[in-house]
Design a protein around this ligand. Sequence first.
Ligand SMILES: Cc1cc2nc3c(=O)[nH]c(=O)nc-3n(C[C@H](O)[C@H](O)[C@H](O)COP(=O)(O)O)c2cc1C
Length: 188
Amino acid sequence: MNIIGIIASQRKEGNTAFIVNKILEGAEEQGAEIKSFSFSDLNIKPCLGCWACHKSKQGCVIDDDMQKIYDAIEHVHAIVLGSPIYMGQMSAQGKIFTDRLFARFSPRFSPFFKENAVKQKLILSFNQGNPDAGLFKPYIDYTKHMFEVLEFDVKEVPVITGLRNGPAREREDLPMVLKNFGSSLVSK
Ligand SMILES: Cc1cc2nc3c(=O)[nH]c(=O)nc-3n(C[C@H](O)[C@H](O)[C@H](O)COP(=O)(O)O)c2cc1C
């Protein structure tokens, strides 16, 4: 099984990176091939809204690092998308990634959207400073539904809370929980 992680945060060693990488680690221990992409290392521009991706087999015309993710997406069985909560929603990087997925519904990617095609699995992971896990529930439920409409098989939506009290890497409860999400991605 091939799995990619998308770290939709500018903080290279931040909470989102820790969380996504731990989930990937759990999957790797079960034999998955993993690779992660971090917005801190990438130049990914917003969608131009030109619809060029839908008009020919070339895919998205923006020549930036999203092309590396498009190439990877064609071969993966699962994606782990991690975003911090910024102002009650996914980060701007997460939204740019999501908007650029518009090109997935293009002639270049159309073989993946045949009827009865196996859907790609998705773990949609959020993390936030506030300790209240219910605070953004309507937004998180809506976003899960949105990814299901985008033809993903959303397996888990972990929300890691309370990070204003200290970084994720210092939380002893997290590594095991996160690695279990990754390993269940391989087995489920
Ligand atoms: C611009 C900004 C907006 C934020 N908005 C929220 C918020 O609305 N609710 C919340 O609980 N935490 C909020 N936070 C805290 C982050 O979600 C939290 O620190 C997160 O773990 C950061 O992830 P990172 O280390 O990958 O950047 C915000 C942080 C920033 C920088």
